[in-house]
Design a protein around this ligand. Structure first.
Ligand code: PRP
Ligand code: URA
Length: 206
């Protein structure tokens, strides 16, 4: 199931992020801010456990997060979302999956994997700013499932209809949260209107 975050605070930031004149420093800040909004929406059903605490005024029962979380960025652009995820989930683990699209075919080429094996109880939060053909995310989800992850959520900033359809078809069990569903892919498999190459814009390598 796909959830497109429909909120003026998100839409405003997505607009600034898309702008060709937005430089890497501001681009990274926007990626982080939007990622926190996505996490806020995507993680509202996290399990909690009651804990007794004492405030300066009284004893009471509070809540702490119970679920084990593993944040999994798809290199390289997914790295741009890691700080925000660790800001809201400071006790999460981080695994990484390296994936590079073939420039002609857009087929993903996996080149690195360092993700802790799963017991099956953890929640893996896969993060990548761009979902274009869906090849990278679909392959990453296959890899996570092979490692034993049963609960996977995908957080994304800009999605194409083609990429969303593919994930829905191949991984209907993985909820997707995105800040924008765009119009289409172009002949080079870039998202239109999109924001260009997310990795280049985050790391200043245009
Ligand atoms: C980009 C992006 C996604 C992928 C999306 O990465 O960060 O991982 O393309 O495209 P897809 O849905 O068609 O697979 P890219 O391969 O350009 O690598 P980079 O992050 O190193 O720039
Ligand atoms: N990867 C990007 O960074 N941008 C796109 O539009 C498609 C794939």
């Amino acid at each position: 199931m796909t959830t497109v975050i429909n909120h003026p605070l998100v839409a405003h930031r997505v607009t600034l992020m898309r702008d060709i004149d937005t430089k890497p420093k501001q681009f990274r800040e926007l990626v982080n801010e939007i990622t926190e909004f996505l996490a806020f929406e995507a993680l509202k059903n996290l399990k909690t456990v009651d804990v007794p605490i004492t405030t300066p005024v009284a004893k009471t029962i509070g809540k702490k997060i119970k679920d084990e979380i593993v944040i999994v960025p798809i290199l390289r652009a997914g790295m741009g979302m890691v700080d925000a995820m660790l800001h809201v989930l400071p006790y999460a683990k981080v695994g990484v999956l390296g994936m590079q699209r073939n420039e002609e075919t857009a087929e993903p080429i996996p080149y690195y994997s360092k993700v802790p094996p799963a017991t099956g109880e953890e929640i893996a939060i896969l993060i990548d700013p761009m979902l274009a053909t869906g090849g990278s995310a679909a392959d990453a989800i296959v890899q996570l499932k092979k490692l034993g992850y049963k609960y996977i959520v995908f957080l994304n900033l800009i999605a194409s209809p083609e990429g969303l359809d593919r994930l829905e078809k191949e991984h209907p069990d993985v909820p997707v949260f995105t800040a924008a569903k765009d119009e289409r892919l172009n002949s080079r498999f870039y998202i239109v209107p999109g924001l260009g190459d997310a990795g280049d814009r985050i790391f200043g390598t245009l």
